[in-house]
Write a new protein. Structure first.
Length: 408
């Protein structure tokens, strides 16, 4: 049974998060889980970044802390409460008062849900507010059974009615969008004083260079910068950048068109030639090969740093409810924000409400395409890079696992 909340009665040392079963389920980081704190708006908004990944496809995961005018702090989308993280949060608490509110803004993002309960236990005075329609598989369990403190946990009102923080924040709930096994739902928060929009997964922006939190351990970057399994890579800024850009293509498309798989027999033969056949190097296995056009594919994905909706949300999630998604985007675009802080990839991103709204124009299907736009009408993403995602969508639909896409 999936248990997305794991309670803990103590702050966790980074070494507590070592993952011994990585050969079976290769979740990264395998060793220490570091935390970087950034001041986004002076004396008002801070981001806390850690790293997550699988098979060395490593990306940032982020929580945001905001100082309230009424005193104390609000936390959006907690990350792992390691000792380092709690120490960094504690420094803010010492200056600005206790954590008063903790927000879980999603119902399906396991990487966000898993840390809410242990994080909340470090701050016993905090009230926890969670997105409606929380679910677990295969049985829906009470939130208290999933580790959330019963007396301190509340469901965010779907109608946006008054909350203890409503004088300083507005929020808008997207969903629930039916995906078969469970719904997708996300809560966007807007902080009026700092004109900052907080989102979880719906909006992203990809930096050209590896984020600092990813750069702390360059091994995944160097691993993916190689063109062959036996290639010896020099650790340089250009090499790290190359590895990051390929990781980004992996993360968004799983198998972009610029990547081709190597036959298993050939991969095994190549592994025998590799100088590093350690467990860390996956015993020398490097079962893929990049085509010459991979850099152009990254540039098309990055779109000059503009915000966009991740391909997997375009093809498998938001197109199940295009009307509802656009209505949500219209509502969010009424807020006068100057920056967006997503939970993944780059942040903060300077963006206007108009740019936010345009990011969802892929849902406006034209007369010749049942899929609609890929990316946006002005900046389409390469059609070929969606091949695997479309194939996955077709298989899930045929097996009745997910409902079919809808058009406006």
């Amino acid at each position: 049974m999936q248990n997305p909340f794991q309670p803990s009665d103590r702050a966790l040392n980074p070494s507590d998060w070592r993952w011994p079963w990585w050969p079976l389920v290769p979740l990264y980081p395998f060793g220490q889980r570091r935390t970087i704190r950034r001041e986004v708006v002076p004396d008002r908004v801070w981001s806390f970044e850690q790293v997550q990944g699988i098979l060395y496809v490593t990306v940032p995961i982020r929580m945001t802390v905001i100082r309230m005018d009424t005193g104390g702090l609000l936390v959006y989308a907690p990350v792992a409460p390691t000792r380092e993280c709690i120490r960094l949060v504690g420094e803010l608490v010492a200056q600005h008062g206790d954590i008063r509110y903790i927000i879980l803004p999603t119902v399906s993002g396991l990487e966000h849900k898993v840390f809410v309960a242990p994080f909340a236990r470090q701050f016993p005075k905090a009230e926890i507010f969670v997105a409606p329609d929380q679910w677990s598989y295969p049985f829906k369990l009470p939130l208290s059974w999933l580790g959330l403190p019963k007396k301190r946990t509340h469901i965010l009102p779907r109608d946006g009615s008054e909350t203890p923080f409503s004088r300083e924040f507005s929020y808008a709930i997207l969903g629930p969008i039916d995906l078969g096994l469970g719904p997708f739902e996300e809560v966007a928060f807007f902080h009026w004083r700092s004109q900052t929009l907080l989102v979880t997964d719906t909006i992203v922006s990809v930096p050209e260079n590896p984020p600092e939190i990813v750069d702390l351990d360059p091994y995944p970057l160097l691993f993916h910068a190689r063109d062959r399994g036996d290639e010896i890579i020099e650790d340089t800024p250009a090499t790290r950048q190359k590895g990051w850009q390929r990781i980004s293509l992996f993360a968004f498309y799983f198998q972009p068109s610029a990547l081709e798989a190597v036959a298993l027999k050939q991969a095994l033969r190549d592994a025998l030639k590799a100088r590093d056949r350690s467990r860390k190097a996956y015993f020398g296995l490097f079962p893929f090969q990049w085509k010459p056009g991979w850099k152009q594919a990254f540039d098309a994905l990055r779109r000059g740093g503009n915000i966009f909706v991740a391909p997997i949300l375009q093809t498998l999630i938001l197109n199940r409810a295009p009307k509802e998604t656009l209505e949500w985007a219209d509502r969010v675009a009424r807020w006068n924000f100057q920056r967006i802080i997503p939970c993944h990839f780059d942040a903060p991103v300077e963006a206007t409400p108009e740019e936010f709204r345009r990011a969802f124009d892929f849902l406006k299907a034209d007369e010749t395409s049942q899929m609609g736009y890929l990316g946006s009408p002005a900046h389409p993403l390469p059609e070929a890079d969606f091949t695997l995602l479309r194939d996955l969508e077709e298989r899930l639909n045929k097996r009745g696992i997910t409902p079919p896409r809808k058009t406006l």
